[in-house]
Design a protein around this ligand. Structure first.
Ligand code: ADP
Ligand code: ASP
Ligand code: MG
Length: 406
């Protein structure tokens, strides 16, 4: 007998009929002789709707209260799914994250799971029930409710699979698997039969929201086989696995984009040692994660320092940058929320030259300006105008000839 963790995202549980479909998929897995844990997201666009309400109520909402609110979305789905299974004469029980001992650190809205207590789930699985767990949420050691960041239900699922030593974690979603680019932007994108943890981790961290990046980290660290597959069509999906030798031949496996970043620039900073350490030390202390950094040295003994942060952190980052600028005697602070990042990812880049040049050529041919660049062993990223994203992803996908049939 195997233990399978299934995860269903918002669109897979958007209405009563879809919840009944999930009940059927969970019960079918059980009928094949397996124990089943199901993790679900909030129904449809519930989380977006709750966040829109927050915007209407408050300009500076408290993140503890946001977590209190957002965690209700997933709690609706678990109860409805349990009822759907009961109505189909199955056995099931629903739990919130805190009820199954998902303990996190104290970072509201981007909490990290630190431990999971599997006792209760194991007891219910042994009693033959489908165990249904609310995704995206946990509790601090201090009994405070937290959420894991947008898309975090994937992480709940893979973390539960790791803690329960599950045989597989199936991520059911609204596309058939992981593609060479977002199939909603690039119509000819190709579905991958498999992808390595490392490549998937890069794609996810660079914005491919098909998997939450921390879920891939859990999968990699605990060796959980992850399958991304469709809720609506019974066809094999994409397996996320360890690297194999022949994969080195594939130079680029995918294109990712992220519209969720913004740029902050501190202009006219005095050019002397220790300034960058000071600026980014203070940004780090404020728990703001910085992605790219660029420093332009001016002729007059002053520099411009620009960095990108998540749009969610922009307000905090700006307020902090204003303070830093004042303390350092910098001239002014600017922000730009109209940027986006496009990236190419592939393990084969380690042994193939010219990937960056090919990407720049694709953008140049389409008259798309590059504002920032960063590279690592297996990725190249460029910051561009947000309005250019769709064209850029399509152009890069074409230039690397990633489409179906090649
Ligand atoms: P869920 O609600 O099931 O968690 P998400 O919306 O979070 O679903 O993730 C699935 C979406 O990810 C797809 O609808 C697709 O538009 C997007 N996506 C982005 N990049 C990729 C990619 N490389 N492969 C597949 N889907 C991708
Ligand atoms: N409901 C949460 C979100 O929309 C978590 C998830 O769906 O994974 O971000
Ligand atoms: Mg998701």
């Amino acid at each position: 007998m195997s233990l399978i963790v299934q995860k269903f995202g918002g669109s897979s549980v958007a209405d009563a009929e879809r919840i009944r479909n999930v009940a059927r998929l969970a019960m079918a897995e059980q009928e094949r002789g397996n124990s089943v844990v199901v993790v679900v997201s909030a129904m449809g666009k519930t989380t977006d709707r709750l966040l829109a309400l927050v915007d209407e109520i408050s300009a500076h909402p408290d993140s503890r209260e946001i977590d209190m609110l957002l965690s209700t979305g997933e709690q609706q789905t678990i109860a409805l799914l349990a009822m759907a299974i009961h109505s189909a004469n199955g056995k099931a029980i629903s739990f919130t994250g805190p009820q199954v001992g998902i303990t996190t650190d104290n970072s509201h809205r981007k909490a990290k799971i630190v431990s999971i207590n599997t006792e209760k789930m194991v007891r219910e699985l042994e009693a033959g029930k489908v165990v249904i767990v609310a995704g995206f949420q946990g509790m601090t050691g201090d009994n405070e409710i937290t959420t894991l960041g947008r898309g975090g239900s994937d992480t709940t699922a893979v973390a539960l699979a790791a803690a329960l030593k599950a045989d597989r974690c199936d991520i059911y979603t609204d596309v058939k698997g992981v593609y060479t680019a977002d199939p909603r932007i690039v119509k000819e994108a190709r579905m991958l039969k498999s992808i390595t943890y490392d490549e998937m981790l890069e794609l996810a961290s660079l914005g491919s929201k098909v998997l939450h990046s921390r879920s891939v980290e859990f999968g990699k660290n605990y060796n959980v086989p992850i399958q991304v597959r469709s809720s609506f069509e019974d066809v094999p999906g994409t397996m996320v696995i360890k690297e194999t030798e022949e994969m080195e031949d594939i130079v680029v496996s995918g294109v990712a984009y992220n519209r969720g970043e913004a740029k902050v620039s501190i202009m006219g900073v005095p050019d002397k040692p220790g300034i960058a350490a000071d600026v980014f030390g203070r940004v780090g202390e404020a728990n703001i994660v910085v992605d790219m950094i660029i420093q332009n040295v001016g002729a007059d003994g002053r520099n411009d320092i620009s960095f990108t942060v998540s749009k969610d952190d922009l307000q905090d980052a700006l307020e902090l940058a204003e303070k830093i600028a004042k303390d350092l005697g910098a001239e002014k602070v600017r922000s730009d929320a109209e940027i986006a990042k496009v990236s190419v990812v592939g393990v084969g880049m380690k042994s193939h030259a010219g990937v960056a040049a090919t990407m720049f050529r694709a953008l140049a041919k389409n008259n798309i300006n590059i504002e920032m660049i960063s590279t690592s062993e297996i990725k190249v990223s460029c910051v561009i105008r947000e309005s250019d994203v769709d064209r850029a992803v399509q152009a890069i996908h074409d230039e690397f000839e990633l489409r179906e049939g090649l």
